[in-house]
Write a new protein. Structure first.
Length: 278
């Protein structure tokens, strides 16, 4: 069995919009490559490449005046990803040198007080610990955005004092992860990272970008049981843009978002909605 046919067969048990987006994904990437990214999680490291740099943000590191550094490369293929080019074509993106970033941070000491490391998936970069060490030496707190697929990396960074907070993206309920990530995600690793955070080893938050076509009450009922007692959970409203890996999805209504918030609030004390005026 070849290419797209193989990809689609894997998801014949999924109905409606799941199969629709998968067909679009297969058409977008084409043939054997589409099959490879859907059938298995990309393994191994990505050489660290800084593909994006937001010099000032009040949003990415709550409670801090921060900057955000975006690393290229990812082991997931979420169709609603806001940074699609960083995921599938990091080699074609502009590059910032580490020295350029560090020089900026030296000049901004006393103005900025935090650095957010995002992606892509930053934990895939083997050079990340050394880079974070140089940032920490300048006195900055560091928040790491991650999909949680590499628990050993997250734990080691925390043990070395290289990160102060983790924002872990929860893509869906565990039974739907393979659909929303476009790969056979390592749920054991994802559960390990989430469990370690729940145990209180480091400041953290969980968050989900909510897409009308891809999420349902079932997702949040299951997540509510899985992450019961979590410190904080944020529901982020989906926004379509030119950077989306597969444009054309839509945001949930205010009523739908509040419903999902209420479901999570049954077991999680702090649940808030971001990106939507309520």
């Amino acid at each position: 069995m070849q290419g797209t046919d193989h990809c689609l067969l894997l998801f014949e048990l999924k109905q409606g919009t799941y199969l629709i987006w998968l067909k679009r994904l297969a058409a977008f990437f084409g043939g054997e490559y589409a099959c490879s990214i859907i059938n298995k999680e990309k393994q191994g490291d990505f050489p660290m490449k800084i593909c994006g740099f937001n010099k000032t943000t009040l949003l990415d590191y709550p409670g801090r005046v921060a900057c955000t550094i975006f690393l290229g490369g990812c082991n997931f293929r979420c169709p609603f990803c806001q940074n699609g080019a960083l995921v599938v074509e990091p080699d074609t993106q502009p590059e910032y040198s580490q020295e350029e970033i560090l020089a900026f941070l030296k000049k901004r000491k006393g103005i900025l007080d935090g650095v957010c490391i995002s992606g892509g998936e930053p934990t895939l970069a083997p050079e990340l610990p050394e880079f974070l060490g140089r940032i920490r030496e300048l006195g900055y707190d560091v928040k790491l955005d991650t999909n949680g697929s590499r628990p050993s990396v997250v734990k080691n960074l925390a043990a070395a004092g290289l990160i102060n907070k983790v924002a872990m993206d929860i893509k869906a309920c565990p039974s739907n992860y393979h659909v929303l990530t476009g790969v056979h995600a390592d749920m054991d690793g994802i559960r390990e990272t989430a469990g370690w955070l729940l145990d209180g080893h480091l400041d953290y938050e969980f968050r989900t970008t909510v897409v009308r076509e891809l999420h349902s009450e079932k997702d949040f009922q299951e997540i509510s049981r899985w992450l019961s007692g979590a410190k904080a959970y944020y529901l982020q409203a989906y926004r379509d843009s030119d950077g989306i890996l597969m444009p054309g999805f839509s945001a949930c209504s205010e009523e739908e978002m509040k419903n999902y918030r209420d479901i999570l609030s049954q077991t999680i004390p702090v649940v808030e909605i971001r990106g939507m005026e309520l």
